[in-house]
Write a protein that binds this ligand. Structure first.
Ligand SMILES: Cc1cc2nc3c(=O)[nH]c(=O)nc-3n(C[C@H](O)[C@H](O)[C@H](O)COP(=O)(O)O)c2cc1C
Length: 343
């Protein structure tokens, strides 16, 4: 059997196998296997990094080897980003990181709806905390040939009025090591987090973040662009305000979108995957109309096929992030996405 066919067969078989396992366990097992394959130097068998001639691009001062990345939350603790880079991804957003380690919400907290090709998660920022994650980044960065984003969020126990302090403190930790920072105020699984995007709160928070960005730039003479991750459940009025306030405060772009709490499943949490696709694209289109040309637009949410990737680029996305689509379709989707992004 030729190598490509064998590779496809193994991937298909493995993806089918993981669907009979509990979803969170399947995800962790897959990451574990990837690490083993990488350590035994066999990752090249599954890698697409050299198979397609991809034009390099520069956005917000960062050079990307290609336009396809991994969305926040797949590599929560920055233990696998270098491996995703070798698989062919141009950028990886690690985290969301909080200041202190957090266990997240009780299990089960990840639900799979195979027929709809969706997931619902209520993880709640389970992560090893800033100190450990910074260590991991320093350890694996020399093996990484891509762009590293670090997503930051407030701790579960931090009161809303003090949330800005968490974000500023996290900027201190990651400003130097990250190629960009993603501000997560759109996850539905940390109580009250989304209130940070309301009119009363977002101006204050983004002003503080902007001041800190200038301060850190003056100190280190390094530019670290800051992107804001947007909820797909945002109202039109709020969306308009968020974009205005973010641009007024010199943020560098938007990630559209996080997961949605508006779904019909009998479990609570944020839905991702196929049924998010339309909603996410609509928000992306609105943001694209509201934002100025200089802001970067990163598409995330229900990108499950090469048509979805094409659509996102057609509607002004500069970059595309995969998550649930990659869980369902693996490297086949990555390969198709890379092809579309290069045409
Ligand atoms: C299990 C799971 C965990 C996630 N954790 C995070 C996270 O920690 N930070 C974040 O910004 N987004 C997180 N997300 C949201 C994804 O980054 C992405 O924006 C969302 O799932 C929509 O894309 P998709 O439909 O391609 O999955 C998570 C999504 C899933 C499914």
């Amino acid at each position: 059997m030729p190598l490509i066919k064998l590779r496809k067969f193994i991937e298909k078989f493995y993806l089918a196998f993981t669907r009979i396992l509990p979803p969170e366990f399947a995800k962790n097992l897959t990451l574990f296997f990837l690490k083993i394959i990488y350590q035994f130097n066999l990752l090249n068998l599954f890698s697409y990094s050299n198979s397609i001639n991809l034009p390099k691009i520069e956005l917000a001062g960062i050079k990307f080897k290609n336009k396809i990345g991994i969305a926040g939350g797949l590599d929560k603790n920055a233990e696998f980003f270098h491996i995703f880079g070798h698989l062919g991804f141009g950028f990886v957003e690690v985290g969301t990181v909080t200041l202190e380690p957090q266990k997240g919400n009780p299990k089960p907290r990840l639900f799979r709806f195979v027929r709809d090709k969706t997931l619902v998660n209520t993880l709640g920022f389970n992560n090893s905390g800033a100190v450990k994650i910074l260590k991991n980044i320093k350890k694996f960065k020399p093996e990484f040939n891509g762009v590293l984003g670090v997503s930051i969020g407030k701790s579960k126990n931090t009161k809303l009025k003090n949330a800005w302090k968490d974000y500023l403190h996290l900027m201190d930790y990651f400003f130097l090591e990250a190629d960009y920072l993603a501000i997560n105020i759109s996850s539905p699984n940390t109580k009250n987090l989304r209130e940070l995007s309301s009119n009363e709160n977002v101006d204050f928070l983004l002003k503080k973040i902007s001041e800190k960005k200038t301060q850190l730039y003056n100190l280190h003479k390094k530019k670290t662009p800051i992107f804001l991750k947007i909820s797909p459940d945002e109202s039109d009025i709020n969306l308009k305000n968020i974009i205005q306030v973010a641009e007024k405060n010199n943020l560098d772009g938007f990630i559209c979108t996080n997961t949605s709490v508006n779904h019909g499943y009998k479990v609570s949490g944020g839905m991702s995957g196929s049924l998010l696709s339309n909603k996410s694209l609509i928000i992306q289109q609105k943001v694209s109309e509201l934002k100025s040309d200089k802001s970067i637009l990163i598409a995330s949410g229900g990108i499950m096929s090469k048509d979805d990737v094409e659509d996102r680029f057609l509607h002004s996305a500069d970059l595309v992030q995969l998550y649930t689509g990659y869980i369902y379709y693996g490297n086949t989707l990555l390969k198709e996405a890379l092809k579309v992004s290069s045409s």
